[in-house]
Design a protein around this ligand. Sequence first.
Ligand code: PG9
Length: 624
Amino acid sequence: IVSIACVAVAAGVLGYVAHHSGASSAEGAARESRFEMIRAMVPMRDGVKLETNIFVPKGKHPPLPFLFERTPYGARDSEPGAKSTNFDALIADGYIFVAQSIRGRFKSEGTFVMLRPPRDKSDPKSVDEATDAYDTIEWLLHNVPGNNGRVGMHGGSYDAWTQVMALLEPHPALKAVNEAASPSDMFINDDDHHNGAFRLAYSFEYVAMMESEKDKNAEFAYDRYDAYDWFLGLGALSHVNERYFHGQRPTWNDYVEHPNRDEFWKRNAVGTHLERTTVPNLNVVGVWDQEDFVGPLDIYSRLEKNDASHINYLIMGPWNHGGWAGKTGRKLGAIDFGSDTAQEYREIQRQWFAHWLHDGPLDLPEATVFETGSNKWKKLDRFPREAGVTKRPLYLHADGKASFEPPTEEAAQGFDAYVSDPANPVPYRRRPIGPTFFDPEMPWRTWLVDDQRFVEGRPDVLTWQTDVLDRDITVEGDIVADLFASTSGTDSDWVVKLIDVYPEDKAWAKNLDAGTPEMRGYQLMIANDVFRARYRNSFEHPEPVPANEVVEYTIDLHPNAHAFLRGHRIMVQVQSTWFPLIDRNPQKYVDNIYKAQDSDFTKATQRIYRAHGAASAIVLPVVQ
Ligand code: PG9
């Protein structure tokens, strides 16, 4: 289990895949057992019993604290450290590791509910992941000898979300959590949707994985490799239930029945239930997290509002989903960070738990943020900070130019245009695109750092870029796109990407540590997001877009810390499809896109304005 615990901490869903592909299984296999294992079915207040594996370390002097992880991916039974060295520092400090399958998954009894919402406390019989965490902690304290009465929770993604849920009704013995990439609001930010646009390939596969078999993370059997072709062949989303799920996957039915951010999504958004916490929390963010980048930032900033006792911390590093617990944090895809940032994180994690659970020292600023580009850690009092940063709009101009100069008054009519065709959407990464989770190469894990040159030449991707920078431009804080756009349709998606373009210079490439010729001219995406136009005034009450009228859209591209170095360029791209990452917008307003028909999808002519009075820009938080 703790292989899953270890790996699930590391990578959530993808850790599961890594486990089963044997990616990390050889290492440490011959190690002598360092733990006694206890298998327990722990009773909850409603009588449901949860599969719980407890690993008591040999040769450590009790009393010891617990490190507890709750997962939907199956509490496996290999001990901490058996599959990787990620937990070595924690193991050395001495913890009783506990891993549990949540309700309804694997050997745990009860019913699995995807991201089960917080319970109604007025009903004394109600249960949720908070009560299950509470009841398990209570049981552990009384049934596992040699404990010191303190518990820490850890784990990434879904497992992190169970920690955030535990914060809603924390057991008094819960002394610290370490939420890494928990989703916060599935309609606005994280795995399922971004700004109301549906994350198609991911969500489809995830539902198939979690809701097909109780004791398995099931692999959907695509009948072709290229997910781009497969999802295009699928057509409108209404075919999913007709052809594949037949109304048998509760979460898919929820997508269909709750197309807007109604009470269902609000209740399900754990971030919105957090007011303050009494439990110290180290929030972990990966800037290139392909699943839950915004969730932990949102959780951190919500808790920050009521953190007089200063127990809410943040660490943001150059990681994908789970990269902080990966084998090495030195590189992500082709991008080299100059040091093992995952190892650096794990030392902080060690210190974090040692402080709260073993009374060790804590020497940690509130926010530890890795500045990409310059590859250095920054210690900050908070993130994003307000002082020392100026919001500077980077304007889009004619002839594909971008600059900090606003358009002149003469530029009263300027726009760039393209035709967006749902029958020929822009791929989100180079084709062929394999399955999301079960591709042996797992390019899903690194797609956010892919070289964006693969879209060059597409007539439906607009590009603007600055001249070569004559000095570094460092951004730190929230990046926002301010887009003035029109569509000939009555609904539309707007995808905005902020890209760091590496120098073409041969001499420069030679000086790179990991200098490889193809890094010349590399286009590295720094920030991005999609916005579904129907939600421009409200996520709850969508409205058609007035055809051919200029509308202003404010699109949050989220906090970041990056240095665009001298010799590089800053690039901006806008497009209206990103497939099959995002489902296709019919571009004609329909009440419910999940029930749309193939005949609803139409081409639309899109315009991005760069005129005086309608000056599209990316607002950059530039460090003074
Ligand atoms: N990103 C995954 C997830 C979290 C929560 C809900 C649904 C999916 C994960 O890695 O666990």
